[in-house]
Design a protein around this ligand. Structure first.
Ligand code: HEM
Length: 502
């Protein structure tokens, strides 16, 4: 009996593989039939054979070297997708004709992964439009100004920790970890109104959550990669954007904060949770107030704010220090600028308005974001047939990826793109996309909602570090990237040496 069942099972698996084989093969002619250049697919994987061996960032970098054309086709296993390398076509998809590309391709199942499916990054239209509209007021200049004070307090703790752990004790630094603590402490205040310091004593409840959210094991990397590149399979296998543990802890903390507020009658006016609770009470969420969906919607925004604030920003901070360590002239120029600004302001640390004025600091961050954009591609799903060029019509249901790395490394836009030169961004503002050649935060209706927050928290910490320490290299000029991460991440966390300035 058991032998028969095993036989039946094997026959079933074999039949599935044969059906999948013929189905994939029939799809592999998709781009050829349309006269579009394409990446030769490998059976079963299509263009995804890199999975878990090479980081998505490195793959988009390699594609930028291999395909010097405006666009080309790839296969996400069996599914044809379009990759864009030209700034004009990128602008068409992301901005001008965004009506035909409203949602991201990334998806996970609402029932199995509500926090992963209902956050602003993943949520689909028309719910997305309402959520974006309602969340936008939490990113006003007034609020950012207030949070910058917390960023500065936490930046001082970063400096203290560098002194204690890496200068006095002469231990190597893990930059990614150090900056994850910093961003974690700041997001705790921004989202939950909690002022904690994982940098001081490591007992922060948020750091507990984020340690799980940002732990890139093979399995977590695989889940994330599938959700980004094979969402249909991810849904079938019930994979999660946020791990079970991170989800449970986020829910627990969220409910504790809400219960505490109900008990004390305090509103915590300035944080995201209080904003979400008001939206819920005023029936401004795209769900019935008090329903399971409305609670999931609120918790999903909190969860993604944590991930969004930490992962990309801590990577950028690490790479800024890495580049400064390898560019001593530029580092001295930055030190002079920050010292001068402090002298002029007469303060110990630069506040929100001062930080907006230190232009060379902005240029160093922007040049780092050009060379090391944390999000290597912008993804969209074509929802309405679109005539992209005279020759190419994009069918509804086609994933479209804008290769940010290819645009940032195009020598026509940035001569000698492998060179780190902050002067390329002299006098650039936070909103300047340099004629659509600089898009680390995306653009159009779905551009990064935390762009100004992200820039400010990078400015605050780099300004304080550079004032105290000279940064020197500790290891090779090129960092390996983490193959398990979809976003850019130094494989071993990243190291530099801190030399106290007298
Ligand atoms: C260096 C820092 C950051 C970088 C490089 C970055 C990059 C990006 C990129 C490339 C996108 C996709 C944009 C598009 O598809 O057009 C995005 C979306 C998003 N980011 Fe960021 N981000 C950063 C910081 C933050 C912060 C601090 C937050 C939250 C406080 C945040 C929250 C979000 C959200 C919610 C979205 C989805 C927006 C939507 O679809 O409506 N990000 N980010």
């Amino acid at each position: 009996m058991i032998a028969t069942l095993i036989q039946l099972f094997l026959v079933f698996i074999l039949s599935c593989l044969i059906v999948f084989y013929f189905f994939s093969r029939s799809n592999y002619g998709y781009w050829k039939d349309r006269g579009v250049p394409y990446d030769e697919p490998k059976l079963f994987f299509g263009s995804l054979s890199f999975l878990m061996r090479t980081s998505a960032w490195d793959v988009f970098y390699c594609l930028s070297k291999k395909y010097k054309c405006d666009y080309f086709g790839i296969f996400l296993s069996w599914k044809p997708a379009l990759v864009i390398h030209s700034k004009e076509l990128a602008k068409k998809v992301i901005v001008k004709e965004s009506d035909s590309y409203q949602d991201r391709y990334i998806a996970s199942g609402v029932d199995d992964d509500p926090l992963g499916a209902l956050n602003l990054f993943t949520i689909k239209s028309p719910m997305w439009m309402q959520m974006r509209h309602e969340i936008t007021p939490t990113f006003t200049s007034m609020r950012l100004k207030n949070i910058t004070e917390v960023m500065n307090i936490n930046s001082t703790e970063v400096v203290n920790r560098i002194q204690k752990d890496h200068v006095d004790s002469n231990k190597p630094v893990d930059l990614k970890k150090l900056f994850s603590m910093y961003t974690s402490d700041t997001v705790a205040y921004n989202v939950f109104g909690i002022q904690v310091s994982s940098l001081k004593d490591l007992t922060s409840p948020i750091f507990f959550i984020t340690r799980y959210m940002m732990r890139w094991t093979f399995w977590r990397g695989l889940e994330f990669t599938m959700i980004f590149f094979l969402p249909a399979v991810a849904k079938l296998l019930r994979l999660k954007l946020f791990s079970q543990t991170a989800t449970e802890y986020t829910k627990k903390l969220y409910r504790e904060v809400v219960a505490e507020r109900e008990k004390s009658g305090q509103t915590g006016d300035k944080d995201l949770v209080s904003h979400l609770l008001k939206l819920n009470a005023n029936s401004k969420l795209p769900a019935e107030s008090g329903s399971q969906l409305s609670e999931n919607l609120m918790m999903a925004q909190a969860a993604f704010s944590i991930l969004g604030s930490m992962e990309t920003s801590s990577t950028t901070m690490s790479y800024v220090l890495h580049e400064l360590a390898h560019h001593s002239d530029e580092q001295e120029k930055l030190y002079e600028e920050v010292s001068e600004a402090l002298k002029e302001s007469g303060k110990d640390v630069l506040d929100y308005d001062d930080l907006l004025k230190v232009k060379y600091l902005t240029a160093c961050i922007q040049e780092t974001l050009r060379m090391h954009p944390p999000v290597p591609h912008l993804d969209r799903m074509c929802n309405k047939k679109n005539q992209l060029t005279d020759e190419l019509t994009v069918e509804a249901g086609t994933p479209v990826f804008v290769n940010v790395v290819a645009i940032h490394y195009n020598e026509e836009y940035f001569p000698e793109p492998e060179q780190w030169r902050p002067d390329r961004f002299s006098n650039s503002t936070d909103t300047d996309n340099h004629d659509f050649t600089f898009i680390p935060f995306g653009d159009g209706p779905r551009f990064c909602i935390g762009k100004r927050y992200g820039m400010m928290q990078i400015r605050a910490v780099i300004a304080q570090i550079i004032k105290k320490y000279r940064i020197e290299p500790d290891g090779p000029q090129t960092w390996q990237t983490d193959p398990y991460s979809v976003f850019l991440r130094p494989k071993h966390g990243g190291k530099v040496k801190f030399i106290p300035r007298s």
